[in-house]
Design a protein. Structure first.
Length: 200
């Protein structure tokens, strides 16, 4: 059985772009399996009084975007200027992501969503954008959006948020191996090593 790493993230997390576009390829190279687990990090931010993009700190916000641009270049990822922010205010893309994670098509959907956001500057939380993305990955938009908007879809998203809270997660992206958490896109390799028994 392959080592497993849980990837906790949020559709709308800026730094997650640097992980999402590389994660599956890097996991294959390392020999680990990824379980994609979107959750409501904004809810935890409110609970923890943690504001990642404070409007009154323009210099910090400018630095964050420039840092992501530099790191994207380092990893050979596309960059098309600062994308719109925030996105997915309704949580639709995140709830679709939970379904995708459970059904095994999260990598394709999440990468498509982030390309739409970072490269095409579209909000993947808008129903028409989400619908097109689902079609692009060979899924039935109407059926999936109906599920994501239903009580069960919302409950599943909250359940993932409860798990993240119980693990002590406070930001995204976070890699989890058992009860060990590794916060930040630059902790991917550390999480893989731990999962493989090389980091203890």
């Amino acid at each position: 059985m392959s080592a497993q790493v849980d990837f906790f993230f949020n559709f709308g997390s800026t730094y997650s772009y640097l992980s999402i576009m590389r994660l599956e390829d890097e996991a294959v190279k390392a020999g680990v399996q990824i379980r994609w687990r979107p959750f409501n990090v904004r809810k935890l931010f409110v609970e923890q009084t943690n504001i990642p993009f404070p409007k009154e700190k323009a210099a910090k916000v400018a630095y964050i975007w420039r840092d992501i641009e530099r790191r994207a270049a380092r990893f050979g990822l596309e960059w098309n200027g600062v994308p719109p922010y925030p996105v997915d205010r309704s949580g639709l893309a995140n709830r679709l992501g939970v379904i995708a994670g459970k059904e095994g098509w999260a990598s394709a959907f999440t990468q498509a969503a982030y390309r739409a956001w970072f490269i095409d500057h579209k909000d993947f939380g808008q129903p028409e954008v989400a619908s097109a993305l689902l079609s692009d990955v060979g899924k039935d938009p109407r059926e999936l959006i109906e599920r994501a908007e239903g009580n069960a879809g919302k409950a599943d998203f909250e359940a993932e948020t409860d798990v993240a809270r119980s693990l002590g997660i406070f930001g995204v992206p976070t890699f989890v191996v058992g009860s060990e958490i590794f916060w930040g896109h630059d902790r991917m390799e550390d999480a893989f090593a731990w999962a493989l028994g090389q980091g203890e």
